[in-house]
Design a protein. Structure first.
Length: 182
């Protein structure tokens, strides 16, 4: 079992888009195992490779008894329904903020062996799949918040015991916000 330290808010790797996986080999399978072991240890819902300092498009998830991993995920949304509720992140330990997400998602990608896979999720699983895919795009969930929520989140981050100093500038998500305007 390999449990690795999770990078926290402020680490530049979290704001950097990850590279597409092109080689499905033992090294990728080890990354997926390390992500899985770390997620289990942290008792989270999902964990993306950049959160371990690895700039590759891969993540693991475990939500409501559904567990797995996706490499090079691509999301699609079968409808326009949204959900607004609490969301947390292992890179911002102990903090939760209401965030708008799509209610239903279809995630297509590959296994760590290069086999095609599809995960259909709603509710918390949909939230997790979107959250982890955002990590691969260098987007944090606070980037999806409206201005008021983002300001409150930044205050909480600055007050958090794990916060190490000057925070990077929060960027506006390149992805459309659902149900709220900035």
């Amino acid at each position: 079992m390999t449990v690795l330290p999770v990078r926290v808010f402020g680490d530049p790797v979290l704001a950097t888009p990850a590279e597409e996986v092109t080689t499905f080999d033992a090294q990728l399978r080890r990354l997926v195992r390390d992500l899985t072991d770390t997620l289990r240890s942290e008792q989270g819902a999902g964990l993306a490779a950049p959160q371990l300092g690895v700039g590759l498009r891969a993540f693991v998830f475990h939500v409501d008894g559904v567990a797995g991993h996706l490499v090079n995920p691509v999301l699609s949304f079968p409808d326009e329904q949204t959900q607004d509720g609490p969301e947390g992140c292992l890179s911002m330990p102990g903090l939760y903020f209401d965030t708008v997400r799509r209610r239903h998602v279809v995630a297509k990608g590959y296994t760590d062996r290069g086999d095609p896979v599809q995960v259909v999720g709603d509710g918390e699983l949909a939230r997790c799949l979107q959250h982890e895919t955002d990590h691969l795009d260098g987007v944090l969930f606070i980037d999806r918040m409206d201005t008021g929520r983002r300001r409150a989140a930044m205050r909480a981050i600055r007050d958090a015991p794990w916060f190490a100093g000057a925070a990077p500038r929060v960027k506006v998500s390149p992805h459309p916000l659902f149900g709220r305007q900035r």
